[in-house]
Design a binder for this molecule. Structure first.
Ligand SMILES: CC(C)(COP(=O)(O)OP(=O)(O)OC[C@H]1O[C@@H](n2cnc3c(N)ncnc32)[C@H](O)[C@@H]1OP(=O)(O)O)[C@@H](O)C(=O)NCCC(=O)NCCS
Length: 115
């Protein structure tokens, strides 16, 4: 496989906290599994923010546009490692690597696409 795309994003956790106050906002962007993972954690806005950054990073790394953020889903393996899946036929032969990090103030994500 060779690397065909790289993407990154950083967002302020405070902005996610504000966004999450709007009725229905989270449900428009995040899958039920993503929301459940974040809501179960103490620093839920950090986890939501980093998932938003992940969707941006994956979007930037893909060689085409037009992917809805809700179709880009981040889950975690048992050891905590994040895994991304994209519900889009064009991603069938692509492998996407993702790494995440967050602090009280910022959340950042980097994605690599291989084919
Ligand atoms: C897993 C670990 C690397 C996370 O690092 P951290 O600085 O606490 O937290 P960060 O904000 O940078 O990263 C958090 C993200 O890392 C990702 N992550 C968690 N476990 C992971 C793993 N095993 N592999 C890759 N990524 C992982 C997750 O995506 C997590 O965010 P999420 O829960 O919202 O999905 C850290 O907790 C850890 O276990 N470090 C091991 C340190 C160690 O054993 N040192 C030995 C010598 S002292």
């Amino acid at each position: 496989m060779r690397i065909i795309g790289l993407g990154t994003d950083i967002i302020e956790v405070k902005r996610m906290e504000q966004f999450a106050q709007k009725p229905g906002a989270l449900e428009r962007i995040f899958t039920p599994q993503e929301i459940a993972y974040c809501q179960a954690r103490k620093n839920r806005y950090q986890h939501l923010a980093v998932r938003f950054a992940a969707k941006e990073a994956v979007y930037k790394a893909l060689p085409f546009g037009g992917v809805a953020f809700k179709n880009i889903q981040v889950t975690n393996l048992e050891n905590g490692r994040p895994v991304v899946s994209v519900a889009d036929e064009r991603c069938r032969d692509l492998q996407i690597l993702l790494t995440l990090s967050h602090t009280d103030a910022y959340a950042t994500a980097t994605a690599v696409v291989q084919q």
